[in-house]
Ligand binder design. Structure first.
Ligand SMILES: *[C@@H]1O[C@H](CO)[C@@H](O)[C@H](O)[C@H]1NC(C)=O
Ligand SMILES: *[C@@H]1O[C@H](CO)[C@@H](O)[C@H](O)[C@H]1NC(C)=O
Ligand SMILES: *[C@@H]1O[C@H](CO)[C@@H](O)[C@H](O)[C@H]1NC(C)=O
Ligand SMILES: *[C@@H]1O[C@H](CO)[C@@H](O)[C@H](O)[C@H]1NC(C)=O
Length: 390
């Protein structure tokens, strides 16, 4: 009877399916292929929209990263001095601290170097700075530490460090590592200051976003009607472009440009509240091209105006910065007001709405959560591991 044959066939298929699922689940449970703790089959918690250069590539590759990416953290060095632990999770260089903490809290870390795609050199230059170490001594400390890893483990010599990385937000880290040329030439440098004058190599190194956390006030968004000031900047005049910005626009009635720093802790959080009331927040480079002001602007929903000739913006190979920021050259500072006024309301609304979508990418959490700053940095590392396989 066809009906009963169909029935037994169905039962058979069902049995095979059950057996298959069981084996698959079992193999997942075996320690050799332990999956990351992150649930990758979860409901999409990200809007894969036009803020990305290639939304679909990002989605698929990100999921693969969550499943497969493994990092070996060298266990060496005395945690009481400069190794393993960050200096702190607050202040201007918090990104460095969060990365150190997050890598341990995440499922990317493996204790088995043979399974690792990349090797993390956990040296905290920020901590050296805190202890008042001289630049000369920092260079020696970094050199000796890396040399001890090279002598002890076989991993560095296989690629001369190409599958190794270190993370530093303070620019002392950049200087302290210069004493070991292969650290600059060959390893992946995850740094807050991606200036070309310190040898930043975009396809090799990673721009770490500089985020000053915790934020004093909640994230902005859907508050366009309150944004009545055209542009805002207040800060130190510690670079040529800032001096010009202040000189040209300080008395303007539409641009709120203060050639004086407003302390973040001032009174009623005057500084932060300006970010809620402004459409465009001007982000000129200071002593470094990077500045915590960019992440502040993103958080408070004020469209950042990147006023810099050279800045490899964080995640710019993944995120399309032109969809949520205004990028202008330093010589455009004289036309700043007309450039901003030429942006139509519709364009501004679109920039603002996209800005709200990228907020999570510029936020650190402990423990880390999907698509946050930590995961974006991991994704950048994941992209780089494709070209340096041992
Ligand atoms: C540098 O290192 C030398 C030798 O260890 C030490 O005597 C000196 O105090 C250090 N200087 C600083 C500023 O860290
Ligand atoms: C790696 O190479 C260096 C230089 O040739 C050598 O001194 C070191 O012992 C090597 N490391 C290991 C673990 O073999
Ligand atoms: C606009 O500003 C007012 C006064 O500060 C505030 O009460 C209100 O919540 C703001 N609106 C939005 C959408 O944030
Ligand atoms: C702004 O106003 C101050 C005080 O009146 C004045 O000294 C300064 O020259 C003005 N700056 C510009 C660019 O007009």
């Amino acid at each position: 009877m066809p009906c009963s044959i169909q029935h037994s066939l169905l039962t058979l298929i069902l049995l095979i399916l059950i057996a298959f699922t069981y084996t698959a689940l079992n193999s997942l449970r075996s320690p050799s292929v332990l999956p990351p703790k992150v649930n990758t089959i979860s409901i999409p918690d990200n809007d894969f929209s036009e803020i990305y250069h290639s939304p679909e590539v990002f989605r698929l590759n990100y999921e693969e990263m969550e499943r497969k990416f493994r990092i070996f953290v060298y266990p060496d060095g005395d945690p009481n001095t400069y190794y393993q632990t960050p200096r702190k999770l607050t202040g201007k260089y918090a990104s460095e601290g969060y990365f150190f903490q997050n890598i341990r809290e995440s499922s990317f870390r493996t204790d088995d170097p043979d399974r690792a795609h990349l090797f993390f050199i956990p040296i905290s230059c920020h901590k050296m700075r805190g202890k008042g170490t001289s630049y000369e001594n920092m260079t020696i400390i970094v050199h000796n530490y890396v040399q001890s890893l090279i002598d002890k483990y076989p991993y560095w010599n296989r690629t001369l460090g190409a599958d190794h990385f270190f993370v530093t937000c303070h620019d002392v880290g950049v200087r302290a590592t210069e004493g070991y040329p292969l650290l600059v030439k060959n390893t992946i440098r995850v740094v807050c200051s991606p200036s070309y004058d310190v040898g930043f190599i975009p396809h090799k190194d990673v721009a770490l976003p500089q985020v000053l956390q915790p934020f004093a006030l909640p994230a902005g968004g859907n508050d366009i009607e309150n944004r009545t000031t055209l542009g805002f900047w207040a800060g130190h005049r510690n670079s040529k472009i800032r001096v010009i910005l202040a000189r040209v626009w300080e008395n303007d009635t539409e641009l709120d440009i203060k050639n004086d720093r407003i302390n973040r802790a001032t009174g009623n959080l005057v500084y932060q509240k300006k970010f809620y009331k402004t459409k465009f927040c001007i982000c000129p480079g200071g002593s470094q091209v990077n500045s915590a002001r960019i992440a502040d602007s993103i958080h408070y929903g004020c469209v950042p105006v990147i006023l810099s000739n050279y800045y490899d913006l964080p995640f710019n190979d993944v995120l399309d910065w032109r969809k949520f920021s205004v990028i202008i050259k330093e010589h455009d500072v004289y036309q700043l007001k007309s450039i901003l006024k030429d942006i139509s309301d519709a364009e501004f609304i679109s920039l603002h709405n996209n800005l709200v979508k990228v907020q999570k990418h510029f936020q650190w959490n402990s423990p880390p959560i999907r698509f946050d700053a930590f995961h974006m940095v991991m994704y950048e590392l994941w992209l780089r591991h494709h070209v340096i396989k041992y």
